[in-house]
Write a protein that binds this ligand. Structure first.
Ligand SMILES: [Zn+2]
Length: 119
């Protein structure tokens, strides 16, 4: 799992998922402050805000998913979603580019491999 996650959508999904857990964790912490209604209320609201913002992030993922392009990864052969000009494969973290000008540039030799396969 640590090796994966370079793909932008995967990273945002991980971020949204961690927001849910942070929110639940904060609300859970608040249960220990049952003697102090103020702290308990603050932690409940804070945790609630985390969970709500996570669903906002999920909504955002749905919005930007319409802008992604499905391509076949030249490295692992699976269909992956590319967001923006440069993104990593969702499965093997192979760097992929949608910008033809970036292909063939020397800053990353892996981009050359893709342009080579396409031609
Ligand atoms: Zn791949």
């Amino acid at each position: 799992m640590a090796a994966k996650g370079m793909n932008k959508i995967n990273r945002i999904r991980t971020f949204a998922l961690s927001l849910v857990f942070i929110g639940i964790f904060v609300m859970y912490i608040g249960l220990f402050f049952d003697s102090s209604p103020i702290i308990m209320t603050i932690t409940m609201i804070l945790g609630f805000v985390f969970v709500i913002s996570s669903s906002g992030v999920y909504f955002w993922i749905g919005m930007i998913s319409t802008n992604t392009v499905k391509v076949e990864c030249p490295n692992c052969g699976k269909i992956t979603k590319v967001l923006g000009k440069v993104d990593a494969c969702m499965y093997c973290d192979e760097p992929l580019t949608m910008d033809p000008e970036l292909e063939g540039k020397e800053f990353d030799p892996k981009y050359n491999r893709k342009s080579h396969n396409n031609t």
